[in-house]
Design a protein around this ligand. Structure first.
Ligand code: BES
Ligand code: MN
Length: 464
């Protein structure tokens, strides 16, 4: 193995250009690329064009790839034949910003508060994935070339299903997307100043349950007792999803394919610094609750869950209304772990809901989007290079961690391209992603740029 070039020249360039990177990030964050909301379709496209233009300015060949919904942004620099190729993945779309009244400043008017930038998308995922772009840009500006080949595939639907990228990656089948490894920064570090490499993400299964009873709302005195109340039925169905005492999901077969955490893993998790009391305090619950027999980190990282995300029906206004509602419903999601199969779980779930439904109402289960779980053994030359890059920047060895969140395309990239996927998050657990006042710590933004720049040099040092 040849030794890695020093990255001091590129680090110095990053230092000189830090304000330029920040200004570009601010402009990027100003574009309300809310992918789930049709009212923002043009903003989403404008955002894709903005990103494409910035990548072209950096010296990459960049273009939009049209899809059935929002465009993909693709860019490449392939000037080093024989050298390894990295594929950077990220997303330029964001979650809806509501509730708006809880933001200190409007969500698409980025605000610097001390060492943080506050805006929707700051950490998830514009700030984090733009760090990759800035790193490549700094290398090209400083040296006129890159130490390895790079490709970028940035999608505009991660927060709303991601069907387009899924179709694109499968039909490409590793032709244009051929690479030696993938880098994704769309997750968190274990704590401030503590770099981390993620080796597992949960899968997801999103469902909606709808219960219908009488053809119209009824007077609860003149008809009460004569019909099954749909909301009572719904409450009964939901109460049978999970046992509040043991914390176990009650859908038959739910745990059949769950791979238990390995002993080495439980050991590693036990060794991590974790302060349950400040964790509890930070989320504002009276007590931490979950599946019996597992610690909090094991529950969040390694055990599947089932949660009601929304519930509706009946009278919600002020005062009282004596009524039997005609219908009601709930959104229920499940976070899955290896080797649970979203399709199999969705059948088991639907059957269970039907079996739990009292007579006298009609129930309907709609299965929405899903994502398979992702888990790898964190080892190999690219993991080694990433560990070193992170240590060179943060002065600390990275921890190996899992997360409870999902990034749907990650398992597809791994499966189709058959190459290692490095998940290196630069966010923090208090970044408030999907919540009001989402933020990204600027030291993590700049650290992310430096770590990515360093990684390119370290990978180049390996014989390909
Ligand atoms: N960046 C997150 C996923 C994430 C969050 C990973 C925290 C690790 C730690 C991503 O943008 C996200 O929010 N994904 C959605 C996927 C869903 C909409 C299909 C999620 O997890 O809810
Ligand atoms: Mn997200």
């Amino acid at each position: 193995m040849t030794t890695a070039a020093s990255t001091a020249d590129v680090f110095a360039r990053i230092e000189r250009e830090r304000d330029t990177y920040l200004e570009t990030l601010i402009d990027y964050l100003r574009i309300p690329s809310v992918s789930t909301d049709p009212a923002h379709t043009n903003d989403v496209r404008r955002c894709a064009e903005f990103l494409r233009d910035r990548m072209a300015e950096a010296g990459l060949t960049a273009e939009l790839i049209e899809t059935a919904r929002h465009p993909l942004v693709y860019a490449e620099w392939l000037g080093r034949s024989g050298a390894p190729t990295v594929l950077f993945y990220g997303h330029y779309d964001v979650q809806p910003p509501d509730p708006l009244e809880e933001w200190r400043h409007p969500p698409f008017e980025p605000t610097i508060e001390g060492e943080q930038i506050v805006a929707r998308g700051a950490t998830d995922n514009k700030g984090q994935s733009f760090a990759h772009v800035a790193a490549v840009s700094a290398h090209l500006a400083e040296r006129g070339e890159l130490p390895i080949n790079v490709k970028f595939l940035i999608e505009g639907e991660e927060e709303s299903g991601g069907e387009s990228i899924e179709a694109y990656v499968r039909q490409d089948a590793g032709k244009r997307l051929a690479a030696d490894f993938v880098v994704v920064s769309d997750s968190s570090m274990y704590g401030p100043g503590q770099p981390s490499i993620l080796y597992g993400l949960k899968g997801l299964l999103y469902t909606e349950i709808r219960v219908r009873g009488p053809g119209r709302d009824l007077h609860s005195g003149t008809f009460g007792g004569a019909v099954q109340n749909p909301l009572d039925a719904l409450a009964h169905i939901l109460a049978r999803l999970r046992d509040p005492e043991s914390g176990r999901v009650l859908v038959p077969g739910f745990y059949d394919d769950v791979r238990s955490p390995q002993e080495w893993e439980r050991e590693e998790i036990r060794k991590l610094p974790f302060d349950a009391e400040s964790y509890r305090e930070a989320i504002g619950v009276p007590e931490l609750r979950g599946e019996h027999g597992y610690s909090t980190l094991e529950r969040v990282w390694t055990r599947p869950t089932c949660d009601v995300n929304g519930i509706w029906g009946g009278y919600q206004g002020p005062g009282a209304k004596t009524v039997l509602p005609a219908r009601g419903g709930a959104k229920v999601s499940m976070r899955l772990v290896p080797d649970q199969d979203p399709r199999k779980i969705s059948e088991a779930f639907t059957r269970h809901v039907h079996e739990s439904t009292p007579l006298g109402v009609v129930v309907e289960v709609e299965v929405g989007h899903s994502a398979p779980p992702f888990l790898v053994v964190p080892e190999g030359p690219f993991v080694e290079a990433a560990l070193r890059a992170l240590e060179d920047v943060w002065g600390k060895r990275a921890l190996l961690v899992r997360e409870g969140g999902s990034i749907p395309i990650v398992s597809t990239l791994h499966e189709v391209l058959q190459i290692p996927v490095l998940l290196i998050g630069f966010g923090l657990s208090d970044d408030r992603l999907h919540s009001p006042n989402e933020k990204f710590d600027l030291p993590n933004f700049y650290g992310g740029i430096r770590a990515t720049a360093r990684l390119l040099d370290l990978v180049a040092a390996r014989p390909s």
